[in-house]
Write a protein that binds this ligand. Sequence first.
Ligand code: PLP
Length: 423
Amino acid sequence: MERDQVVFNLIADELKRQEEGIELIASENFVSKQVMEAAGSVLTNKYAEGLPGKRYYGGCEVVDEIETIAIDRAKKLFGAEWVNVQPHSGAQANAAVFLATLQPGDKILGLDLSHGGHLTHGSPANLSGKVYQPLFYGVKEDTGLIDYEQLEETALREKPKMIICGASAYSRDWDYARIRKVADEIGALVMADISHPAGLIAKGLLNDPLPHCHIVTTTTHKTLRGPRGGMIMVGKDFENPWGIKNPKGEIRTITQLLDLAVFPGTQGGPLEHTIAAKAIAYGEALTDEYLAYAKQVQKNAATLAQFFVERDYKIISGGTDNHLMLVDLRNKDISGKEAEAVLGKAGITTNKNMVPFDTRSPFVTSGVRFGTAAVTTRGVKEAEIIQIGELIDEALLNRNDDAALNKIHGKVKELMAQFPLYK
Ligand code: PLP
């Protein structure tokens, strides 16, 4: 077969785009070469339904070893007692948790999408909001911080079966102990979705959900810097006081139910090439080098947030504890959609985002989200993150001047040429 130059040329175009641009999408990162090599390996050829040592296919000796390494490293990294590394994505991990622990129609309580929550936490557009009965808590309008009183009042009144914490666009840490306390009062399960700050949590830079939440899910490709994928973890809560049953009507532990909900509940064969890449990424994340990286991600985010505040940008909650910030553009007379497009012209990639109590639609929005995980991987530190802030401000001020935006694009390329990718 001839090499498919059509597709490979496009992949080369994408590499160029990534190399030349400033990547500020909070959910993206750049994996190492070895993570990428594993993700593109012969393991993509292998079927391995089941779990290590208990497969439905022959020839799984090697992938069993690989998946076991991934599980062991994930346990060590997060201090988890039990892990399933097979979910194909964060959405799949969450769907498997719901299938394992809820019945259709059960109430779930999550953070409102427009306040920073995720689609899979009860949005009517997602399975979680169609199959289950979603309830929401939000952030306080004056502080931008999670409204724990509202969460508690709603939980006590509505008695949801599950409380979901974690977000896609919330820049502050979580009080997992407080959420567990109210959950225990009503006999609810707590699921923490740490997709965004997982890498910072793993290195002890943010509160640890595992001692407090029954189940923790994450994606593996954001701050954690692994391949695109998902994972489910349990700390100590193996028991099943709710008497939740498996499809045969038998009562099992939470972890047995979770394994069954991943396969065969919501997935077929695991992606062993991705699992090998996860194993490598977890190995990388166990190093002190990664700890230094995670600390720099946090420092860069705090520096960028401070820069924006000084330039009269409104940051929801006033700053950040993690890798991201949500900028409310309502005092700048520009929508999130327009800001995303203007910054795109200047070679700065971001995403528009609703701000709490937004009056614009999700397609337009009044905010933009910035994250520092990807640029920090390239070696950007405080001095350059301020330069990046200046380029953003300059682009937004010159939003209607294509020549000025072109010039800024040139400066963006020059800056990022100092931080080569995959050299
Ligand atoms: N959960 C949270 C909090 C997220 O931010 C995301 C992705 O942005 C997901 C779940 C879904 O992950 P995936 O895109 O891998 O399905």
